[in-house]
Design a binder for this molecule. Structure first.
Ligand code: PEP
Ligand code: MG
Length: 572
């Protein structure tokens, strides 16, 4: 019997496929004595071989998709499995103590991990992580409960998981992964944002999807409505195939606007640009007709690897994007790590409230070398087009001044070395923290532009963690509190002759768009897949009617009231 779950519609589209559960199997082991040691050693050796061939495959695939550097980690894993000191110790333990291989493996791996972790040397600490990773893989094979691995998927599936980290999401192969469903997460969690840029339908925050899945069962993901159907009937399958076709037809209609300018019904141009995570997203944004890059989240360059990207690697990535955009604006945000985006090699202490903690610009101002390396890479790339640099999570004017001063210092050094640097790079900030929105008048005198990051601005204004589905009802972009903050920022920038964009998810939201237009937002930056629907919507709106609607919405009492009003006026 089919079962329907509801969650948060995280990425539009309909996906139908076999469930592929990413749940970790239970790998607890118990000691057994008086075993057949030959058999145990054979089981261990078999598991070792299977693990090696899996790792070879993953390594090759990573090399193909992400390059040599990312594949290095798997070479390190393979080395562990060929190290006689490690594998012979396990075999000897089985023989000498007459115990089961899984227990011997676990004990030896734990000893090695503890030993390496206690060494005062970062390289050795990383080896501890490698040993932990590979021994879990081998143990799973000894126990006959293999660990699901994303890179190994080679048939059409829907991923089912408690959560997907941004680096899990980056590994998804669009050819086979048709959609995904998670227990936790919200519309603005980074795996949801990445699903949208990869155009993979997704529903997050279902709370219980992992409880209800049996292997290979068919799952329908309705990323338009936020519904998940498990083991659907023939009728349901037919209905959703029809819905899938309709959505594809709608997309074809939108696609006709790909080379059109974005204009309101009364002829005013609106800047419609896209958010990207890596240079690989450029194709998607061009295919969707974006007029530039409004937010390049550079942190993805730092993720899924075991050391910092070098200045040259960063320079190449930034240059590629700037060059390919051929004079169109490219807003690159400096490293915004922290919150739900972790960097294991940064080795930061666990925090009680990572979203309120040591992240983004706070971390960059402290880790001066890391920050300067990124700024130099950006400055060197600036001469290839129209770069604008943006600092994330600015809470005080002092933070902005410090960041800008470091940028100026690096620029002067490069110029002194006769490195070509553009002399009209705009420098702006993200407005994500309420204090900054409230102080927008003062900021507007010093910055070149604002870009409102509503994903964070809403979580901080409403005090509601964007990752927590229990409080996702407080993600209220239409709440008059948010609209008033947005207005303050836009008005403050205009009073100083500056511009304001928005790169949070709100910028691509069909209820929010008429209001933002009415408030005078200059630039809308969104997931690439939202660009064409937004262009189509904007072409049917006039400045005058949206201005009147926005003024009215600012005085309303609740988000729901605003939503109903906009729906009546502009949607239905
Ligand atoms: C935001 O906070 O709105 C934003 C665009 O930044 P991120 O989603 O990367 O935190
Ligand atoms: Mg943010």
């Amino acid at each position: 019997m089919s079962q329907t779950l509801t969650g948060i519609a995280a990425s539009a589209g309909i996906a139908i496929g076999k469930a592929f559960s990413l749940e970790m199997p239970d790998l607890t082991v118990e000691k057994q004595s008086n075993v057949n040691t030959d058999q145990e050693i054979q089981a261990f050796d078999d598991a070792l071989e299977t693990s090696k061939s899996e790792l070879e495959k993953i390594k090759e695939k990573t090399k193909r998709d992400l390059g040599d550097e990312h594949a290095e980690i798997f070479s390190a894993h393979l080395l562990v499995l060929s190290d006689p000191e490690f594998v012979d110790t396990i075999r000897n333990k089985v023989k000498d103590e007459n115990i089961n291989a899984s227990f011997a493996l676990k004990e030896v791996a734990d000893q090695f991990v503890t030993m390496f972790e206690s060494m005062d040397n970062d390289y050795m600490k990383e080896r501890a992580a490698d040993i932990r990773d590979v021994s879990t893989r081998v143990l799973a094979h000894v126990l006959g409960k293999p660990i699901p691995t994303l890179t190994e998927i080679d048939e059409e599936v829907v991923i089912i998981a408690d959560d997907l980290t941004p680096s899990d999401t980056a590994q998804l192969n669009k050819q086979f992964v048709k959609g995904f469903v998670t227990n936790i997460g919200g519309r603005t969690s980074h795996s949801a944002i990445m699903a949208r840029s990869m155009e993979i339908p997704a529903v997050v925050g279902t709370k219980t999807v992992t409880d209800d899945i049996i292997k290979d069962v068919i799952v329908i993901v309705d990323g338009l409505e936020g519904a998940v159907l498990i083991d659907p009937s023939e009728d349901e399958l037919a209905a959703y195939r029809e819905k899938q076709n309709q959505y594809e037809e709608q997309k074809k209609e939108w696609a006709k606007l790909v080379h059109e300018p974005t204009k309101t019904k009364d002829g005013e141009h609106v800047e419609l640009v896209a958010n990207i995570g890596t240079p690989n997203d450029l194709d998607g944004m061009k295919n969707n007709g974006a007029e530039g890059v409004g937010l390049y989240r550079t942190e993805f360059l730092y993720m899924g690897r075991d050391d910092f990207p070098t200045e040259d690697e960063q320079y190449e990535a930034y240059k590629k994007v700037i060059e390919e955009m051929d004079g169109k604006p490219v807003v690159i945000r400096t490293l915004d790590i922290g919150g739900d985006k972790e960097l294991p090699y940064l080795d930061l202490p666990e925090e009680m409230n990572p979203f309120l903690g040591f992240r983004a610009i706070r971390l960059c101002l402290e880790k001066d070398d890391m920050f300067r390396t990124q700024l130099r890479a950006l400055l060197r790339a600036s001469s290839y087009g129209n770069l604008k640099i943006m600092f994330p999570m600015i809470a005080t004017l002092d933070e902005f001044r410090q960041a800008k001063a470091i940028l100026e210092e690096e620029k002067e050094k490069l110029v002194a070395q006769e490195v070509k640097v553009s002399d009209d790079i705009e420098v702006g900030i993200m407005v994500e923290i309420p204090s900054t929105a409230v102080m927008a008048k003062q900021f507007a005198k010093e910055v070149d532009f604002f870009s409102i990051g509503t994903n964070d601005l809403i979580q901080y204004t409403m005090a509601a963690d964007r990752m927590n589905e229990q409080v996702s009802y407080l993600y209220q972009p239409y709440n008059p509190a948010i609209l008033n903050l947005v207005k303050m920022v836009i008005d403050a920038s205009h009073a100083e002759g500056k511009w304001t964009g928005m790169c949070g998810e709100m910028a691509g939201d069909e209820i929010a768009i008429p209001l933002l237009l009415g408030l005078g937002l200059d630039e809308f930056s969104m997931s690439a897949t939202s660009v064409l629907p937004a262009r189509s919507q904007i072409s049917k709106l006039t400045k005058e009617e949206t201005k009147a609607a926005a003024e009215k919405a600012l005085t309303m009492n609740t988000a729901e009231e605003v939503k109903q009003y906009v729906e009546e006026m502009f949607i239905k």
